[in-house]
Design a protein. Structure first.
Lengths: 217, 217
DNA sequence: AGCTTTACTGACCAAAAGGTCAATTACTAA
DNA sequence: TTAGTAATTGACCTTTTGGTCAGTAAAGCT
């Protein structure tokens, strides 16, 4: 028999319920913001008594923090293991592409982060300091090395990163505006390619690179 | 004597008070969002009885709408009177520059719009449909004409506009993140030029243009 | 001056917010 | 089986919310 380490019904149901609650909370917080979503709404959405949520998460703040923590845990900043020897065009193209795919297909998390940052990032400050900042520092170094080796134009690498983030996340965070301006109801299958192409063209060419030959993924 | 058309004390004080209230509301809504800011906070900030706000603006919704209306009234979408005969590089460079200046110096309004769009733009839908959409259409036509005349690269003009909007607004809406990542407390005098330079370099070169010689404003 | 009308606001209200708690219902381990 | 512990939740609490309203003050008009 497979050595089960205590099936432990309690833990199982707790984790099941917590997931239910976190899913509902994630959706509501990203849709309505921290203040816009209420505990009773989350309770109703998760089909769980409100007191149960408080029992698991102590407070609304606690719930919100757990939602953010869970997102961060599954968060991939991308651009892993990039080194000076990699080809800038390929690396950046793939980064842009993956960010566009994320923005179009999973806008909720991006929007939750956006509304958090809009409010001054009270819960994300620590994350930015301990995770994003070192991550950025490292990428900036690689970008700088590429520039020093004349592989690409010399521009402020921070602003280059901000440019990539802003252009890609825009399609998640400002989806409502994009769709209204383009007179669409939702993104269609061709949009990801369209958006990736446009952004990659501008940014890559803009820093002196060529869009790499594609390349199925 | 100057022909005064009724100094009318009533109207004067009403307008003065309304301005007080709208200023306070604009600040609080942009800082805390619609749900995060309460009527009593606005009242306290504006140093006016809460009932007075309700008297002027009927409801919280009414106040919020008035705040948005006032912003829109003073809103300049920029790129006015652009024609096919203008020089794309100059026009776009100036547009980017003006948007960066706005983002760095007046981030509040940008953030209010951002949080409004994040929530699905309930109050801005109409504005987008009746104002932004036609505005965009017109600019898109000019951009397209420039492309057809081989004055710049052929890319989707909508996405080009989104790129300009996203990169510039980013410094207002995501100011907290930018500052945390760059380890700064606030933007300094050199930042506007830095940011403008970086964005303009990427975008203009990215669409086959050269940054125009500057040019004091 | 006095009368009318509009502007204002303190006191109040119902609803909803986040949160507590005592009582009940599971589980688990002996 | 059962005692002990942890999980669960309905009822309840306080505070705050957006909003009303009746009474008062202040113009405006003749």
């Amino acid at each position: 028999m497979t050595t089960q380490i205590k099936p432990n019904k309690k833990e199982v149901t707790r984790e099941k319920n917590q997931k239910l609650i976190l899913d509902a909370a994630e959706q509501l917080f990203s849709q309505l913001g921290y203040d816009g979503a209420s505990m009773s709404m989350v309770a109703k959405e998760a089909q769980v008594p409100k007191a149960n949520i408080l029992y698991y998460f102590k407070s609304k703040d606690g719930l919100y923090e757990s939602v953010i923590d869970r997102i961060i845990a599954n968060w991939n900043l991308g651009l892993d293991n990039v080194t000076i020897n990699d080809d800038p065009a390929t690396v950046l193209y793939n980064y842009i592409k993956s960010k566009v795919i994320l923005a179009v297909n999973q806008p909720m998390q991006s929007r939750l982060f956006a509304s958090e940052i809009l409010r001054g990032a009270p819960y994300l400050q620590n994350y930015f300091r301990t995770n994003t900042r070192p991550w950025v520092k490292q990428k900036v170094d690689v970008l700088q090395a590429w520039m020093d080796a004349d592989k690409m134009d010399k521009i402020d690498p921070y602003h280059l990163l901000f440019t990539i983030w802003s252009t890609t996340q825009y399609y998640a965070d400002f989806q409502a505006e994009v769709l209204l301006v383009m007179n669409k109801l939702e993104y269609d299958e061709t949009d990801v390619a369209q958006i990736t192409q446009s952004i990659a063209h501008i940014i890559l060419k803009g820093i002196g690179l060529k869009i790499p030959e594609q390349s199925e993924t």
